[in-house]
Design a protein around this ligand. Structure first.
Ligand code: NAD
Length: 517
């Protein structure tokens, strides 16, 4: 339903744009090594959230016909790619890394234009794709399996990784190059072929990545790009019987739809979903450092990170001091177009996001006891008139069970919650349905380790914000954030390969495991 509304809102906006803009570049899908339009010829527009009159490009509005063609191409290329030695596959990926470095500035500017985040953060997003490419390509000369003793004489036992096969990758808009790279690069080094569908708000960054794959020499059909909306192109990928694995990052609500469809057809499904992350600030913390972390975590990428610090649980002894400083610093943040050097906080992604975030700001103001201490406004005048701008917003005196402290807002809004002890802080921190990232600011090592042990999240930081993951460590979350998989690190190999146990009996006779002693 939410998706349908989003599509409607976008469509009406896009129709308006179409009447006002003439020469806009038309982009194509990439299927079987060719850049081609959607079978229907239909397109959708990619719009700059900082200035909705800036139409970045038209992209194929793909349907199941395009997904079928892409899957056929991936099928045709699979044997060739899986039989290419992994070190050779990796050589191509190292070339890809070089291309990404060479084009970093252009990709960064494209990303800010289509997604809105400030240039430094867009540069970080591209850098993450570069880091992921180099780190994961190194697996081409590892992809370790193992040997182990067999229980019978003259028998050899070992375990190797084999590619899963054809993979469908579905990605969100908030990390438009990093997240596609987290899925594509491991899939490729492991010998899989793939079809990727980026979010409809940010197809250009994935287009750039796929174009770089082509330039690096990845053979036709190994990587296929299909753009379009979730309900049709996304659903067609999720339901396609030949796609053995669906790797999805997005909201928990969509993830549930994807998981059900995969369960129906017994496909492997890896899910990275929403978060309601928390910073705990103890009375012995370096308050200025905690403020820096809170500002960066809550308002970086306009709060649209799955790891955003949307709750800050603060010990009563420093609560006033912390809240006052946070409010003062928040008010000083400069909202604007992410392409401008002076901007601290860019726009949010689209009109639907504005409605959702402003809805939560309303809810927060109506929740008994919570105080709107900074921000709270939808900015619509002057330089903000053509974009989706919301003031960085702080609610104080928030109770842990309020909706603004429980639900993912995915915007520049954070909730400050008072606490009387570490035990209570950890209980509050764990008391949400998500389990992605958490952090503690304290100068007491015992408390840091206590929290580290007791927080049930996939990621934990000490004296740092809830954001800042590095590509060589596993990334993912517990509870409603994930379904037990981890991306990045070497752990991602367990998503994109399946184990094959191999027994070699060189005794020349029948040996019966568990029976012959
Ligand atoms: P979304 O769920 O709306 O969309 C994600 C992707 O799924 C898009 O490509 C979309 O087109 C597609 N999709 C939508 N409906 C579909 C359907 N019925 N079938 C198949 N595909 C469908 O999420 P979003 O708004 O793009 O991203 C924001 C969400 O992503 C937030 O909840 C955020 O926390 C989460 N996220 C999580 C991580 C993580 O690693 N845990 C990282 C980034 C973002």
């Amino acid at each position: 339903m939410a998706q349908a509304k989003k599509a409607l809102a976008k469509n009406s906006l896009r129709r308006v744009q179409r009447t006002t803009r003439a020469a806009v570049k038309t982009y194509h899908n990439y299927i079987g090594g060719k850049w081609i339009p959607s079978e229907s010829g239909e397109v959708f527009e990619n719009i700059n959230p900082a200035d909705t009159e800036d139409v970045i490009g038209r992209f194929p509005l793909s349907t199941s016909a395009d997904v079928n063609a892409a899957v056929n191409a991936a099928q045709g290329a699979f044997d060739g790619w899986r039989n290419t030695p992994a070190p050779r596959r990796a050589e191509i990926l190292f070339r890809l890394g070089e291309i990404l470095i060479r084009n970093k500035e252009k990709y960064t500017a494209d990303m800010t234009r289509e997604m809105g985040k400030v240039l430094t953060e867009a540069g970080g997003d591209v850098q993450e794709a570069i880091d992921c490419t180099y780190y994961t390509a190194g697996e081409g000369r590892r992809l370790h399996g193992f040997t182990t003793p067999a229980e019978m004489p003259d028998k050899f036992a070992m375990c190797v990784r084999q590619p899963v096969g054809l993979c469908g990758l579905i990605t969100p808009w908030n990390f438009p190059m990093a997240i596609p790279s987290w899925k594509m690069i491991p899939a490729l080094v492991c010998g899989n072929t793939l079809v990727i569908k980026p979010a409809e708000d940010t197809p250009l960054s994935t287009y750039n990545l796929v174009q770089a794959c082509e330039e690096a020499g990845i053979p036709p059909g190994v990587v296929n790009l299909v753009t379009g909306y979730g309900e049709n192109a996304g659903a067609a990928i999720t339901n396609h019987p030949s796609l053995r694995l669906i790797s999805f990052t997005g909201s928990t609500e969509t993830g549930r739809i994807v998981a059900s469809a995969c369960a129906e057809r017994n496909a492997i499904c890896s899910l990275e979903m929403g978060g309601k992350n928390v910073i705990i600030v103890m009375e012995d913390a370096d308050i200025d450092l905690a403020i820096e972390g809170a500002l960066w975590g809550a308002f970086g990428t306009s709060g649209q990170r799955c790891t955003a610090s949307s709750r800050i649980v603060v010990h009563k002894k420093v609560y006033k001091q912390f809240s006052n400083k946070l409010v003062e610093r928040t008010r000083a943040l400069r909202v604007g177009n992410g392409a401008a050097a002076k901007t601290d906080v860019g726009p949010v992604i689209n009109a639907d996001a504005v409605r959702k975030i402003m809805g939560y700001i309303d809810i927060g103001q109506n929740e008994d006891g919570a105080t709107l201490a900074a921000g709270g406004k939808h900015l619509t005048k002057g330089e903000y008139a053509r974009g989706y701008y919301i003031e960085p917003t702080v609610f104080t005196d928030v109770a842990p069970d309020m909706r603004i402290a429980q639900e993912e807002i995915f915007g520049p809004v954070t909730a400050v919650i008072p606490t009387k002890s570490l035990d209570e802080a950890v209980e509050i921190a764990n008391g949400v349905r998500y389990g992605l990232s958490a952090s503690i600011y304290t100068s007491d090592v015992n408390r840091a380790f206590r929290a580290m042990a007791d927080m049930y999240t996939g990621i934990f930081y000490v004296n740092a914000s809830t954001i800042g993951a590095e590509v060589h460590l596993p990334f993912g979350g517990t509870k409603a954030t994930g379904n037990g998989h981890r991306e990045a690190g070497t752990q991602v190999l367990d998503i994109f390969t399946e184990w094959k146990s191999i027994y070699v009996d060189y005794s020349g006779k029948l040996q019966r495991a568990q029976i012959d002693s």
